[in-house]
Ligand binder design. Structure first.
Ligand SMILES: Cc1cc2nc3c(=O)[nH]c(=O)nc-3n(C[C@H](O)[C@H](O)[C@H](O)COP(=O)(O)OP(=O)(O)OC[C@H]3O[C@@H](n4cnc5c(N)ncnc54)[C@H](O)[C@@H]3O)c2cc1C
Length: 388
C-alpha cells in the first residue's frame, strides 16, 4: 500500500497534470515521512505555523488559494486538492489540517472577495505567512446553519458584530476570520452575510478548546466589534449561499482525507499481520484477518471512486447531481475509514492502544471527520432529499 492507488490515477477522471502532481506528492511524502517525530510534545500552535510556512515555501498552498482555474469557472481544482489532502493525511494529519483550513479561509476571498481584499490576504495566505479561519458554527447552531445568531448591525461607519462562534479551526493562530453573520431579520437562511475580520479587532476574544486530536481550535466572542463597510465579503445577504458552496465543495475533500488515513491504516495492518506470530503461522494466515483486509481494500476502491467523481463534477461544471455525490462521498469515506482504523487497531491488540502508536494516533485523528463540515446524519438527509 503506497500513497496513491495508481490504477485509479490512470482513470479518465484525472488529467496528466494530476498524475504529475501525484508523482510530486509521492516524492514529498517520502521526504516528510518522519517529520512528525520532531513535533512530539510541542504546542500545536507553533507546529501549525511552522507547517504553514513549509507548505507555503514548497508551493503547495498555491493549490489551496487559487482564484481561477480552467474549466467551469472560479475556484481551485478540486481533484488536485483531493490528491493533496490524501497524501498529506497519509503522512500526518497536521499537514492536512493546515492545508485544509488555508483552503477554507481562502476560498471565500478568492471567489467572492474584492480586489483589495484579495490583494491584502491571498499572497500572504499562499506563502503561509498568514492564516485564516472559516467561522460558521455557533454554540446553538452547528448542523442547522440557518439558526446562526451572530448579529452584524449596519451602522453609519460600517457594521457592529455581537455574538459567538464555536469549534473554529485555527482560532488560536489565525490572522483573520471569515465570519458568517446575520445582517437582517430575513427568515432562517435569508439575511446572512460573510465578513473578513482581522485578528486583533477590538472586542474580539478567542478562547482555546482542547479536542481529541491536538489542534489550535477555539471559540470566538464578538462584543460590539466595529468593522468598516469594506469588511463585507461579496454581496450583502449572500452569506448563506456562499457558505453552503464552500461546505459542499470542501466536504468532498474531507472524503479524500479519510482515504489517506485509511490507506495508512491498511498499510500498518498488513505489516503487522504479516509479522505477528499466531498459532502455526502469522496473523495474516487467518481467514478473519484476510476478510478484514479485503473489506478495507474494497472499501478504498469504492470510496476513492465516489470522491473523484464528485471532485471531477465540480472541476468540469457538471454540478446537477453534486449535492448527492458530494454528501455521499463524504459520508461513505469517513464512516468506512473510521471502521477500518478500528479494525486495524483490533489487529494490533493491546499494542494498538499505546499512546503515540500509529493506531492510537489514527484513532484520534479520524474521529472528527464524521462530524465537521456536516455530520454523517446530515449528509444522509441530503442524499435522501435527492431521491425521486
Ligand atoms: C475538529 C473540528 C473542527 C471544526 N472546525 C470548524 C470550523 O473551522 N468552522 C466552523 O464553522 N465549524 C467547525 N466545526 C464545527 C462543526 O462544523 C460542527 O461540529 C458540526 O457542523 C456539527 O454541529 P454541532 O457540533 O453543533 O452538532 P449538532 O448540530 O448539535 O448535532 C449533534 C449530532 O446530532 C446529529 N444530528 C444533527 N442533525 C441531525 C438530523 N437532522 N437528524 C439526525 N441527527 C442529526 C449528528 O449525529 C450530530 O453529530 C468543527 C468541528 C470539529 C469537530
Amino acid at each position: 500500500v503506497t500513497v496513491f492507488d495508481h490504477s485509479l490515477l490512470r482513470l479518465p477522471f484525472f488529467d496528466d497534470e494530476h498524475r504529475e502532481l501525484a508523482a510530486r506528492l509521492e516524492a514529498w511524502a517520502e521526504a516528510n515521512r518522519s517529520r512528525a517525530d520532531t513535533w512530539r510534545g510541542r504546542d500545536p500552535t507553533f507546529v501549525v505555523r511552522a507547517i504553514a510556512l513549509q507548505l507555503g515555501e514548497e508551493g503547495w498552498l498555491d493549490y489551496a488559494v487559487m482564484n481561477r482555474r480552467t474549466g467551469a469557472g472560479p475556484g481551485p481544482d478540486f481533484r488536485s486538492i483531493c490528491l493533496i489532502r490524501e497524501a498529506f493525511s497519509y503522512v500526518h494529519d497536521l499537514f492536512d489540517y493546515v492545508f485544509s483550513i488555508q483552503s477554507l479561509a481562502g476560498y471565500g476571498l478568492a471567489c467572492f472577495g474584492s480586489d483589495a481584499q484579495r490583494e491584502q490576504y491571498l499572497p500572504a495566505l499562499r506563502a503561509g505567512r498568514c492564516m485564516g479561519t472559516f467561522a460558521v458554527s455557533e454554540p446553538e447552531a452547528g448542523s442547522d446553519v440557518a439558526r446562526i445568531r451572530l448579529r452584524a448591525k449596519r451602522e453609519d461607519a460600517g457594521f457592529r458584530l455581537d455574538g459567538q462562534k464555536a469549534w473554529i479551526a485555527n482560532a488560536g493562530v489565525a490572522d483573520f476570520h471569515c465570519v458568517l453573520a446575520r445582517t437582517s431579520d430575513g427568515p432562517a437562511a435569508f439575511g446572512m452575510s460573510l465578513f473578513v475580520v482581522p485578528q486583533g479587532t477590538t472586542n474580539l476574544e478567542v478562547s482555546p478548546v482542547e479536542l481529541l486530536a491536538p489542534r489550535p481550535i477555539g471559540a470566538l466572542r464578538f462584543s460590539g466589534c466595529l468593522l468598516p463597510h469594506t469588511a463585507l465579503l461579496g454581496k450583502a445577504g449572500y452569506g448563506f449561499r456562499y457558505a453552503l458552496e464552500v461546505l459542499e465543495r470542501y466536504r468532498i475533500t474531507v472524503g479524500a482525507t479519510a482515504i489517506g488515513f485509511c490507506r495508512k491504516a491498511l498499510r500498518a495492518g498488513l505489516t503487522r499481520s504479516r509479522e505477528r506470530q499466531i498459532a502455526d503461522g502469522v496473523l495474516f494466515d487467518q481467514q478473519m484477518t484476510k476478510q478484514r483486509l479485503a473489506d478495507m481494500a474494497i472499501f478504498l476502491d469504492a470510496a476513492s471512486l465516489l470522491v473523484v467523481r464528485a471532485a471531477w463534477e465540480v472541476d468540469t461544471g457538471k454540478v446537477d447531481a453534486l449535492p448527492r455525490h458530494a454528501s455521499g462521498a463524504k459520508v461513505y469515506a469517513t464512516e468506512g475509514a473510521q471502521r477500518a482504523v478500528d479494525d486495524v487497531l483490533q489487529m494490533f491488540g493491546a499494542a494498538g492502544l499505546v499512546a503515540g502508536s500509529i493506531t492510537e494516533e489514527l484513532y484520534r485523528q479520524v474521529r472528527s471527520l464524521r462530524i465537521y463540515e456536516g455530520a454523517s446524519e446530515v449528509q444522509k438527509l441530503i442524499v435522501a432529499s435527492t431521491l425521486r
